[in-house]
Design a protein around this ligand. Structure first.
Ligand code: FES
Length: 383
């Protein structure tokens, strides 16, 4: 067997190595620790993108019978933060001692960003949409979070030839694209398919027509499902209508009701449109097999345990809102990951695929898109 002798130098090196940790700790302890919030770059970030923004409703505009736009102006700052077309904000509503958060796409702004416009459709049993539609008045104030979102155009990833497909109030994120000169300049062509029940349900039609008439790159195809009229296609946005445009090599962005996502996905499969060319806006996929029962939701947060009722047809977050339990949420549609919580016991159902595989294995869920099938215990992030 070959034997190696360790010389004095090597022994010294090993000793140095052994003491490295302690030496490093001494040096670190000598360092003056600065609060990272005082770093110039972080100061700038907090000015440009404050964690929360106080806004007032400067104007309310009725767009259709069941849709209103709200122009939100900053109260404590001159401008709203920069945003990319397709992004959303989270609106925080306080009502009857409860706090509700809902995500709404930014449907417009002005070049100075003196306001954000959000556009809300009144939804049956929609707590926040009904409140905004029926009770919100000009000069009311709110807090908003954001802007956030991934439904954005990325020149390195997306084609310069674009197709937008909007259904109903799904037009809202596309309005911020249509108003953005930088985006329009950077693309070669854009076809917008916009489907609604009738002419009267087309939100922003006048605004869209004005933009399109001044820009030869933009083509708009309106599709009415319940009304036949000259100048409009009739039916749904289906294979035949999509094939009227050459889809090859184009990026397709989709925003609308869940049923539309499913039917379009089938069409894209049939037409061999690669997944990498299709992007969806955030949407809540309501799972089948919901239980029409009341269960118990036990929530653990640090050293506190809270128990509240939860209903089989409501998300865990909705039960927490009603039960006045505050937790971290932003998007409310399973996209941002802020509400990521550990399922400690019980059965749940979620069709949200955005929980990472590793998280799924470790039983992490997004309560904003998760429904109970039994009594459930979860551990939530600390607010
Ligand atoms: S709040 Fe965004 S994932 Fe739940």
């Amino acid at each position: 067997m070959t034997q190696f002798k360790i010389g004095i130098n090597a022994k010294m090196d090993m000793l140095k190595f052994k003491n490295l940790g302690q030496e490093r700790e001494k040096e670190i302890n000598k360092t003056k620790i600065e609060n990272i919030n005082t770093y110039q770059v972080n100061k700038l970030a907090s000015v440009l993108h404050p964690a929360k923004i106080k806004v007032k409703v400067a104007r309310i505009k009725k767009e259709t019978e069941d849709v209103k736009s709200f122009y939100l102006q900053p109260i404590n700052q001159e401008k709203m933060p920069p945003f990319l077309p397709g992004m959303y904000i989270t609106l925080i509503i306080k009502k009857d001692g409860r706090t509700y958060k809902r995500a709404y796409s930014i449907s417009g702004s002005d070049p100075n960003r003196s306001y954000y416009r959000i556009t809300i459709k009144k939804v049956t049993n929609g707590m926040v949409s009904n409140y905004m539609f029926e009770e919100c008045l000009e000069n009311d104030s709110f807090t908003i979070l954001g802007p956030f979102g991934q439904f954005t155009y990325q020149p390195l990833r997306d084609s310069k030839k674009m197709v937008f497909i909007a259904g109903g109030s799904g037009i809202t994120p596309f309005m911020s694209y249509l108003q953005n000169d930088h985006f329009i300049k950077s693309i070669e062509s854009l076809t917008l398919f916009y489907g609604a029940k009738s002419e009267f349900d087309l939100i922003f039609k006048k605004e869209i027509d004005e933009i399109a008439v001044n820009n030869p790159k933009i083509k708009v195809i309106y599709v009415l499902s319940e009304q036949k009229r000259d100048g409009y296609a009739y039916g749904f946005i289906d294979e035949e209508k999509l094939l009227s445009e050459n889809l090859e090599g184009k990026s397709i962005f989709v925003s609308g009701p869940t049923a539309m996502y499913f039917s379009l996905n089938e069409i894209f499969k049939k037409l061999d449109v690669p997944n990498k060319f299709v992007r969806h806006d955030i949407f809540k996929e309501v799972p089948k097999n919901l239980q029409n029962e009341t269960f118990t939701l036990t929530i653990k947060m640090l050293d506190k345990t809270i128990t509240i009722p939860c209903h089989g047809n409501e998300t865990l977050i909705k039960s927490m809102e009603v039960g006045r339990v505050k937790t971290l949420i932003h998007c409310t549609v399973g996209e941002c990951g802020f509400c990521r919580s550990k399922l400690l016991s019980g059965e749940v159902i979620t069709e949200n695929s955005k929980v990472r595989t590793k998280d799924q294995e470790k039983k992490y869920i997004h309560p904003c898109v998760t429904y109970p099938l039994s009594d459930v215990t979860i551990e939530v992030p600390i607010k």
